[in-house]
Design a binder for this molecule. Sequence first.
Ligand SMILES: Cc1cc2nc3c(=O)[nH]c(=O)nc-3n(C[C@H](O)[C@H](O)[C@H](O)COP(=O)(O)O)c2cc1C
Length: 187
Amino acid sequence: MDQTLDIAMIMGSAREHRFCDTVASWAAAEVEKFFKVAPRVVDPREQEGLSLAETSQAKERFQQKLGHADAMIIVVPEYNHSYPAAVKTVIDEAYGVWKGKPVGFVSYGGISGGLRAVEHLRQVIAELHGLSVRDSVSFASAWEQFDDEGRLKNPDRARSAMTRMLTQINWWGRHLKESRSVEPYPF
Ligand SMILES: Cc1cc2nc3c(=O)[nH]c(=O)nc-3n(C[C@H](O)[C@H](O)[C@H](O)COP(=O)(O)O)c2cc1C
């Protein structure tokens, strides 16, 4: 059994001048260090509007990248005490790809560090038969934590949280990948 995990990273914002690029670049580098493989990036900007059309190139790309993944990481900001519509559209477009797979979160925002967005996303992931791992990484007042080059000013705390989360993703990811190959998820 191939123990290598294919990780997809979903960008949670489609906003112009989004801060998501800074946080996701840091997170992608940490994933690559941990798994020795870069994550496949899924960007909501690839979609054409919010049409939820039956077929579209963006929908196919989302489904392909997420369908091949053994685990997903969602990099998400908080908008009005929840997650942005852009991330929900990716999730709704790629319906069916989450079953029996672990999902982790890197969140950011103001005082709450995006944790309210994460708690709402956990409900959505459970509905899709995904498994959200317990630990997440959270950046409160995120723009104060990174310098102009996108480097964390004090990286130790975030690295330690990321390692905990990735260790959980790795454990669930390997075991669920093996289980899915022995017995397909029944729903
Ligand atoms: C529409 C909107 C609503 C927001 N609501 C909240 C909020 O409820 N709580 C919070 O901590 N930050 C909130 N923020 C701040 C964002 O989390 C912060 O600006 C973040 O960097 C946005 O991510 P993005 O730049 O990648 O889109 C909000 C920002 C926007 C644009």
